[in-house]
Write a protein that binds this ligand. Structure first.
Ligand code: FRU
Length: 487
């Protein structure tokens, strides 16, 4: 595998022509996705600034142009009218000031009038590589002009250098703006810190550390925090780092949430119970971000990076990596978040496949299974001799579902385990599975549990087999993201 020097990773992109050959070579990859947002070149990680503004959904991603490596980060912009068909809109935030000299890191968006304010972390490093993060602001005009405003505030000396990922929140009740940042206390505990102001662009001051009773010692840094309101509940989303959790293999990276109530006067988030809920039970999901629904306070839309920090993927050798999950509809049911595929996705359904006549699994498809009860085993990407593949097995006596990717030929990130199991106390009644050229997303029981994973099948891994009593429907899906080189 390629080793990168610091100079190579942090090289500044001066012209699109520098990466055009890279784009032309990666679009030939067998693993390029057909309906998931993926990097135009190089590496994609977190979704950023996901918001609805003036009839259009805006979604940005963390982007390193040069290859499958975390180096100098830009914000790359994509847009959609229906959350399904996405267009590349080009680079938006460039790390071109002293404040963000080593990267424009993750953040969020606030629509106001004829512009979007984009809040992000300027990852500044001194010559001796000491990090000093700034909370920075961009005014993105509807005509496409990107105007950098002075940073809102610098590093908080009461915490370590790990303070980043601003989420902007407007509190209608008191008319104030809040920025919540992921941070690390001086004794290396993960937390959030909060700033507030009467204006989105100036007068920001430190308000304090977020109190989260019961979660004072929960990982050593909280990345990508946000607080969303859905159906009268407050949801604190964050990614606690370097923590192992039950049923998560050896993984130390988790994207999850607490459901509860936020008191902005005392800066206290009181969870309803002591449970940290993992958002996605698959192998590859991190840094989830929500967009509020402009018309309905009972739902929001969630998207995540279908990947993990400190991990490598088979496409690294092709010099690209990373894609986002499908945007999902988020609701609260039974004191938990429920994630469902968006209705709009049905528009991608093409030819319906007759399963009596073939066992070939199309590389881009949707499967729906309605169980009639009992055990169910579904093997995707098996070989023609029925061996190998990704196994989804429901055990009715144990009332649990297991996703196992150890049968795939191309294994990766094996240290975090190759199986994930989830209890289903009410049994299995429904599965919707979205297969793209290098990913699988499994929605169990109408959004009760979701498993998202990257998967890199070889040519001989092209069959599917089902054992159990279920009615099964299979559709090919059409392409929804273009491979356009817009930089
Ligand atoms: C999470 C993260 C963020 C940071 C960004 C840099 O994956 O580490 O905390 O802002 O990625 O790309």
């Amino acid at each position: 595998m390629k080793t990168w020097t610091k100079e190579e990773r942090y090289r500044v992109l001066k012209s699109a022509d520098e990466i055009r050959p890279l784009h032309e070579s990666i679009v030939k990859s067998d693993y390029r996705q057909h309906y998931h947002i993926q990097s135009v070149t190089g590496l994609l990680n977190d979704p950023n600034g996901f918001v609805f503004h003036d009839g259009v959904w805006h979604l940005f991603y963390q982007w390193c142009p040069w290859g499958a490596v975390h180096g100098l980060k830009y914000w790359y912009h994509t847009i959609s009218e229906d959350l399904v068909r996405w267009k590349n809109a080009g680079v938006c935030i460039r790390p071109d000031t002293e404040y963000d000299n080593k990267g424009a890191y993750s953040g969020s968006a606030l629509p106001t009038g004829d512009n979007l304010y984009l809040y992000y972390t300027g990852n500044h490093r001194d010559d001796d590589w000491t990090r000093r993060p700034y909370t920075c602001l961009v005014d993105l005009k509807d005509n496409g002009t990107v105007l950098k405003l002075p940073p809102l505030f610098g590093m908080n000396e009461g915490y370590t250098e790990h303070q980043r990922d601003p989420k902007i929140i407007y509190n209608e009740k008191n008319g104030r703006y809040y920025i919540i940042l992921g941070a690390q206390t001086l004794d290396k505990k993960g937390c959030c810190i909060i700033y507030s102001s009467d204006s989105p662009t100036e007068n920001w001051s430190f308000a304090g550390q977020l109190n989260v009773p019961g979660f004072e010692d929960f990982g050593d840094m909280w990345e990508c925090p946000s607080i969303e309101s859905i159906s009268g509940y407050d949801v604190l989303l964050f990614c606690p780092q370097h923590l192992t959790l039950p049923d998560r293999g050896g993984s130390v990276h988790h994207s999850g949430y607490l459901l509860g109530h936020m008191d902005w006067d005392t800066l206290t988030f009181t969870p309803d119970n002591t449970r940290f809920h993992v958002l996605d039970f698959g192998f590859d999901s991190y840094a989830a971000e929500c967009a509020a629904n402009p018309n309905d306070k009972n739902k929001a839309t969630l998207v995540a990076w279908m990947g993990l920090p400190d991990a490598s993927y088979p496409t690294d050798e092709e010099e690209w990596s990373g894609c986002l999950t499908l945007p999902r509809e988020l609701r609260v049911r039974d004191h938990r978040l429920i994630q469902q595929p968006l209705d709009e996705l049905r528009a991608l359904r093409g030819k319906k496949i007759d399963l009596e006549s073939t066992d070939i699994l199309p590389r881009v498809c949707e499967l729906e299974l309605i169980s009639r009860g009992g055990n169910l085993t579904l093997r995707l990407f098996s070989k023609s001799d029925r061996t190998g593949g990704l196994t989804i097995a429901y055990d009715d006596s144990a009332k649990e579902i297991t996703v196992d990717r150890s049968g795939m030929k191309r294994l990766f990130n094996t240290e975090q385990g190759q199986q994930r199991t989830r209890p289903l106390p009410k049994g299995l009644f429904h599965l919707r599975i979205f297969v793209d050229r290098s990913s699988v997303e499994i929605f169990v029981n109408d959004g009760d549990a979701v498993f998202s994973s990257r998967i890199f099948p070889t040519a001989e891994e092209d069959r599917m087999f089902i054992e159990g009593d279920a009615s099964v429907h299979l559709w090919e899906l059409s392409r929804a993201v273009e491979e356009s080189f817009v930089v």
